[in-house]
Design a protein around this ligand. Structure first.
Ligand code: M6R
Length: 364
């Protein structure tokens, strides 16, 4: 049941500290907390490139995974939408592996994409929540997300546990490829260990975020922007909002704004800026100022230092805990979930069962 919660989606958002802890612990050595991957059907040292393929929210987890695998493990990753990948004649290279991410493990396009790649002789690694699913059974190896059953159509805890799993995969791959010095490894391990507690702090902002949603619900269009892994969180935030509140929402890489989308900006279009203080913060900050200069209303998601620097430009701010930029996408997923959730509840939509959507898309 829903326990004390009004909707499954709310329950599942609030379960995230616990299920992230479970998922992360499943990869950690209990004594040293060192992240260890199970035996895989390929050697990361011999992998030349990864095709990371999924649909919807799971594809945004893959996009974050791409940034992590590339930057930490030095592994080239092709990010793909399953419905495109399966019909495209994408040449596979020797040493290529496939990475398929799915909550249900039954998504028709993701399954077909995996079968296509395996048919070409590439090993497939699946990140799946439902262990008895077709994807889990047919993959060469499976990493399980321990989100537990997800009932709400809008993916929340499945997404963040996918991210946690891909973070562990990136750490394991980086170590296997000799690209992780012990100091960096210790910092990443600590950041992951502390993540459930940090997410709990974000959940304490629930009512504050609800107050922003009360203003957002009047908007006809909402833009989400970010750079790096925050671009993927912007995409996820926009999907979440449109899927359950039916407000038109789009995400852009912040650097793309001036190539067209900035023409949309006026005082009626709120812009959600996902801006943890990482190496791209100053770049995002200047995009934020461009938006404000055109009358845009900015909702800034950042930490205390980021809000201190840019808060004066923003219409609304949410101050999030300071974390290692590596885990920031997992943390910043939560406020965009809450923003969408409260906006939808305030608009009175059917949050757990939005119109026209199914929990698992088993037909193409
Ligand atoms: O079961 P899957 O993870 O393969 O599902 C993929 C998408 O259909 C799913 O993530 C969808 O985008 C969510 N409803 C978004 O909240």
């Amino acid at each position: 049941g829903k326990g004390n919660h009004r909707h499954f989606m709310e329950k599942e958002i609030f379960e995230q500290p616990a299920v992230l802890g479970d998922t992360l612990r499943s990869f950690a050595d209990p004594a040293t907390h060192r992240i260890t991957l199970p035996e895989l059907p390929f050697d990361f040292q011999a992998v030349s490139r990864v095709a990371a393929v999924a649909c919807g929210t799971a594809s945004y987890a893959c996009l974050v995974g791409k940034y992590w695998l590339e930057s930490l493990a030095g592994l080239p990753v092709d990010w793909d939408i399953a419905s495109e990948f399966r019909y495209r004649a994408s040449p596979l290279v020797p040493g290529q592996v496939g990475l398929f991410v799915s909550q249900s493990g039954e998504t028709a396009d993701t399954l077909a994409a995996m079968r296509h790649l395996r048919g070409e002789g590439c090993p497939a690694l699946a990140v799946v929540n439902v262990p008895e699913s077709t994807l889990a059974r047919e993959a060469d190896a499976t990493l399980r997300t321990l989100a537990g059953p997800e009932i709400g159509v809008a993916s929340t805890k499945a997404f963040t546990t996918q991210l946690a799993t891909l973070a562990c995969l990136a750490v394991g791959a980086a170590r296997a490829r000799g690209r992780l010095d012990p100091e960096r490894e210790a910092a990443l391990t600590k950041a992951l260990d502390e993540l459930p507690a940090r997410i709990l702090q974000v959940l304490e902002k629930d009512q504050e975020i609800r107050a922003i949603a009360a203003e957002l619900m009047a908007a006809r269009d909402v833009l989400y922007v970010g750079r790096g892994t925050s671009y993927a969180i912007a995409l996820e935030g926009a999907l979440k909002l449109k899927e359950i509140s039916y407000i038109h929402a789009e995400a852009y890489a912040a650097g793309e704004l001036k190539h067209g989308p900035i023409a949309l900006i006026d005082e009626h279009v709120p812009v959600i800026v996902v801006a943890p203080r990482d190496h791209l913060f100053e770049k995002t900050a200047s995009n934020l100022q461009e938006v404000v200069a055109r009358g845009g209303k900015v909702v800034l998601l950042s930490d205390a230092a980021g809000v201190a620097e840019l808060g004066d430009y923003a219409w609304k701010t949410v101050t999030l805990p300071e974390v290692d930029p590596f885990v920031a996408p997992i943390l910043y997923a939560v406020p965009v979930q809450l923003l969408a959730y409260h906006t939808a509840v305030l608009k009175g939509t059917d949050v757990d069962q939005p119109r026209n959507l199914a929990k698992s898309v088993t037909v193409e």
